[in-house]
Design a protein around this ligand. Structure first.
Ligand code: ZN
Length: 341
């Protein structure tokens, strides 16, 4: 029923691709991060993921307006059709029933449940179970087989409680501002940045954000997510008494910071690694993550009660840890053919 073409997941029985990196006729897109969301002829996604995709595809098209400049397998955005499916509103395709439900990863992120006579299957995509200020609460459904990510599938990755991380971020930002330094938080422009905005702005700190963060924050606002006031960064109007939120890819700090006292922090679960700050070149790191930590991966399996766990995107040795706990687990290898039921 299920197969992998290279690294792309394909459900034969439904003629449906899952989070494919190449342009397909019809593909389910679990969420808007660029390693999952690509333009396809038909994108199956939640309404909020569709909003994010529309915004992202439009920006890609602006950057490469000529078709010839797009990657060979990339569709111009006008050709992308969205098949929007709300959380927990199942639909039928042939012999199967499909349902999207919240993954709690970024706004609109979903998991896919496929049910048929032979059993039930869940593809988690990226997910987390920790509470969030900006993302729909996650859900876990019972299933026979789960295909899950295990980004943080090693025991040392147990994140501190969210409130503790948030408290440390706020304290760092306040300390910077009291000492006349500009605090800069590096955060992915989709998801992490909006969560950081809610945490820091929610504590009354003034916010300035990178253009890409601003664009996606407006998608969040349109979707009804409450965010504190923020300003889009412009060199001429930048207020040095504000907290700056910047994508990690844009490490080159903006012009307006030249000659100023600047202190930097990275927001990532990898902050728990010794030497992580050195790797990111920042003074501090805070374990604010969009992914499940190790205890949450185990909690997910306990709640979903699957007979089989298939892993992708993460540590292979998580397979052995699960087997030691008596759980049937295997790692999904490229080009694998899986008969799930
Ligand atoms: Zn993601």
């Amino acid at each position: 029923m299920f197969s992998l073409a290279g690294k792309s997941l394909y459900v034969e029985a439904l003629d449906l691709w899952i989070d494919s990196m190449s342009s397909r006729e019809r593909c389910y897109v679990s969420h808007g991060h660029s390693d999952h969301a690509r333009p396809h002829r038909t994108v199956v996604a939640t309404p909020n993921t569709a909003r994010i995709c529309r915004s992202r595809f439009a920006r890609r098209a602006e950057r490469a307006p000529q078709l010839s400049l797009l990657a060979r397998d990339e569709r111009p955005r006008d050709e992308v059709r969205f098949e929007e499916r709300a959380f927990n509103e199942p639909w039928t395709e042939g012999e199967h029933r499909l349902t999207l439900f919240s993954a709690g990863h970024v706004l609109g992120s979903s998991q896919l449940l496929i049910e048929g006579a032979a059993g039930s299957f869940v593809y988690t995509g990226d997910f987390k179970l920790a509470p969030s200020l900006t993302v729909e609460p996650p859900e876990v459904k019972r299933c026979d087989v789960v295909l899950m990510e295990c980004t943080y599938g090693r025991p040392q990755y147990a994140f501190p409680p969210r409130e503790e991380v948030a408290g440390e971020m706020i304290a760092f930002a306040r300390d910077c501002l009291e000492h006349d330094a500009v605090p800069v938080f590096f955060a992915y422009s989709l998801g992490k940045a909006q969560e950081a905005m809610a945490i820091l702005g929610g504590a009354g700190l003034p916010l300035t954000v990178h253009g890409a963060v601003d664009t996606l924050a407006h998608v969040y606002l349109e979707a009804g997510v409450a965010l504190p006031p923020f300003a889009r960064y412009h060199a001429e109007t930048f207020d040095p008494a504000s907290v700056l939120i910047w994508p990690p890819g844009g490490k080159a700090l903006p012009k307006a910071l030249r000659g100023r006292n600047v202190r930097t922090a990275i927001l990532t679960g990898w902050s728990l690694d010794r030497g992580a700050f050195f790797r990111y070149g920042t003074e501090r790191g805070f374990a604010l993550s969009d992914h499940a930590d190790y205890p949450a991966l185990l909690e997910y399996i306990e709640r979903a009660q699957p007979k089989n766990v298939i892993l992708n995107h993460g540590w292979r040795d998580f397979t052995h840890r699960l087997r030691a706990l008596g759980i049937n687990a295997e790692y999904l290898e490229p080009n694998a053919q899986l008969s799930l039921f």
